[in-house]
Design a protein around this ligand. Structure first.
Ligand code: FE
Length: 136
């Protein structure tokens, strides 16, 4: 699914986003930043639970689909249905598929075709864009 900027359910001004996020979260979610590899505590988390969008709380991934990609970023082979949308990203002299939250448009990371079975996809996510909600 490809979306344009103004069709997201959650709409906030730049200032409102700034006030509701930490500077690092703002940089990644709203400015397409990338956290330094290996810096997210979530990279090493394999407990059962759900990963939700830091920007709007929408559930994005479950722990069932998380795997150790060795990249230093939290990685999943499949998102929850309808949770994410993608756009083509041609920055940094590469063509990549950018992944963002389908509800608020927040930038999450990129998806690559070198992931494990069953999907073969690798959703390479910034941990700072995610919040882990453990299963009770
Ligand atoms: Fe969101």
């Amino acid at each position: 699914m490809t979306t344009s900027k103004n069709q997201y359910e959650i709409q906030k001004t730049e200032q409102e986003w700034k006030e509701s996020l930490t500077p690092e979260e703002f940089k990644v979610l709203r400015k397409h930043g990338t956290e330094r590899a290996g810096t997210s505590p979530l990279d090493k988390v394999y407990d059962e639970g759900t990963y939700v969008c830091k920007g709007c709380g929408q559930p994005l991934f479950t722990s069932d689909t998380k795997f150790n990609s060795g990249t230093g970023w939290p990685s999943f082979y499949q998102p929850l249905e309808g949770a994410i949308a993608t756009t083509v990203d041609r920055t940094l002299f590469m063509t990549r598929t950018e992944v963002h939250c389908s509800r608020c448009g927040g930038h999450l990371g990129h998806v690559f075709n070198d992931g494990p079975k069953p999907t073969g996809q690798r959703y390479c996510m910034n941990g700072v864009s995610l919040k882990f909600v453990p299963e009770n």
